[in-house]
Design a protein around this ligand. Sequence first.
Ligand SMILES: C[S@@+](CC[C@H](N)C(=O)[O-])C[C@H]1O[C@@H](n2cnc3c(N)ncnc32)[C@H](O)[C@@H]1O
Length: 190
Amino acid sequence: MSKDLMYKDELQQLVAEAYQALTSPGGPATGFYTDEQLGALPEGAVEWALGVGNPLAWAELRPGEVVVDLGCGAGADTLLAAAEVGPTGRAVGVDFLAEQVERARRFAADSGASNIEVYESEMESLPLPDSSMDVVISNGSINLSARKSRVLAEACRVLRPGGRLCVADLTICEEDLPSQILTHPSAWAG
Ligand SMILES: C[S@@+](CC[C@H](N)C(=O)[O-])C[C@H]1O[C@@H](n2cnc3c(N)ncnc32)[C@H](O)[C@@H]1O
């Protein structure tokens, strides 16, 4: 590994600054959702969907299930999950940026749902008890962590036995990347 690699704190700061700088992203991820899903989201939430896929397309959520969305951003998937699990279930969003948490809480309030909680927290250290979730979802966020194995360990910790992990994210590169890419801000948080 190159000695030019960035350390965890430096990477996390870089990712945080990239997402703090976003002001009007314009809904780059809307193509992943059905018209019905897009229509169910409150105004503004669609524009702030920044994922790389639609984890709910495979999550097969059932009424009454408890779901956590890692790196929930402004909460599009959290809101859609809350609708799928219904009033007897619960959807929890977790994001480390106060700005995103504020947006997710606002859109959750706008949606009228009462089964959504959003926490400001790193996904490497979830504020959730062991075995408390039926499903973990994530969309375009785990790739941004400098400690991906830690995120997956936390996902396993909070999942109940037999729980499901459903992630949409960037594919793993099997070849070593040059340090110019590994240290380039837009390669980490572009
Ligand atoms: C590409 S956006 C995707 C947001 C959301 N999942 C969506 O589909 O719109 C990535 C999100 O991950 C959050 N994030 C990045 N690293 C994180 C970390 N270590 N812990 C918690 N959230 C993180 C960012 O603040 C940002 O909101």
